[in-house]
Design a protein around this ligand. Structure first.
Ligand code: ASP
Length: 331
């Protein structure tokens, strides 16, 4: 019998990003160029691990991905699994990977692993990490132990949960961390090794509405509130504020946010990069006790960017009422 027939089926979807970037003319910067089959060509070993079908879904820097592109990517990945794929891997830029992976995770209905990877060094640069990351991502996606964990992010031989991972360095090779939670697992000699069993997952249905917008603002010292006050008049339907410390804003912002919260859900997260928002420690105007009494939602340790994605999906389902339940899991 042909050995290939016994290999598991894996679908590779490529979206662009540094992993696919090369320079064209000398002196010009790198841009996304490599299609899926070209990424595979550099890694013949993959052919002995799985029957891989590739699709170049777009060739974008990840700053230009959108919710609509990610919904299209999700439909493609779902069709692949429904058609018999036993694992799915996506390559994309690392700049928005923490957001797109969480977006997909909230909507990924299967136990089958969906693994997202990328690279910090362009494909045309010495010491490029794309091939090693792609190999590790495929190995993780094919591991039975990866089932039921939702969307996983694999870079630098580390496995992160989509809900926890953040890009914490601009150019370093070790650019991803899961503050407070740590790694879900790591890759050693081609094996995915997990530090904990899969947790229970909650998944959302596909959003029906897609035209709405959720704003994300960050507090800073001596911030005026002109932008904040204009949020409702600009047509936003939700607001996330990356607050100081444990989820705090100035007294002036607290007043504006209380008014906005009468019309739309407002979430206060921490801008610090790790740790949860407080619940019952600080009593000043603009601190958590005041903000909660004004009808605002505290994010727990969900980062501001992921809060925006969660809120966008819930508004798209007209199910804002579910927001406290989702955030409670992060307190
Ligand atoms: N620096 C980015 C990357 O790592 C560029 C992008 O996100 O597309 O891929």
């Amino acid at each position: 019998m042909n050995d290939k027939v016994c290999l598991p089926r894996l679908s590779l979807g490529c979206l662009g990003g540094t992993v696919s970037m090369q320079s064209g003319l000398p002196g010009h910067g790198v841009t996304p160029k490599l299609e899926g089959r070209e990424l595979l060509a550099g890694l013949p070993l993959l052919g002995s691990l799985a029957q891989i079908s590739t699709a170049t879904l777009c060739l974008l820097p990840s700053a230009s991905l959108s919710f609509q592109v990610m919904l299209d990517v999700l439909s493609w990945a779902r069709r692949e699994v429904e058609g018999g794929a036993q694992a799915v891997v996506l390559t994309q830029g690392t700049d928005t990977l923490e957001e797109s992976a969480y977006f997909l995770d909230l909507l990924w209905p299967f136990d089958v692993p969906l693994v997202v990877t990328g690279a910090m060094r362009p494909a045309s640069h010495p010491g490029r990490d794309g091939p090693a990351n792609l190999l590790a991502a495929v190995q993780v996606a094919l591991a039975v132990e990866s089932h039921g964990r939702g969307v996983l992010v694999v870079l630098n031989d580390q496995i992160h949960l989509a809900a926890d991972v953040r890009k914490t360095a601009s150019l370093a090779m070790a650019a991803f961390e899961s503050p407070g939670w740590g790694l879900e697992g790591y890759v050693v000699e081609g094996r995915a090794i997990y530090r904990r069993p899969p947790a229970l997952r909650k998944v959302l249905p596909l959003p029906r509405g897609r035209e709405h917008r959720v704003a994300l603002l960050e507090t800073c010292l001596d911030a005026d509130s002109a932008l904040l006050q204009s949020i409702p008049t600009l047509g936003y339907e939700g607001l996330v504020v990356g607050g100081f410390g444990a989820g705090h804003v100035s007294a002036v912002w607290a007043e504006s946010m209380a008014r906005i919260a009468q019309d739309m859900p407002v979430i206060v997260a921490t801008r610090t990069g790790s740790g949860p928002t407080a619940r019952a420690t600080y009593g000043f105007a603009g601190a958590e006790i005041d903000l909660v009494s004004k009808g605002l939602h505290m994010a727990g340790d969900l980062c501001p960017r992921k809060c925006r994605i969660l809120l966008w999906l819930l508004i798209g389902l007209d199910n804002q009422a579910a927001l406290p339940g989702w955030l409670a899991a992060r307190q």
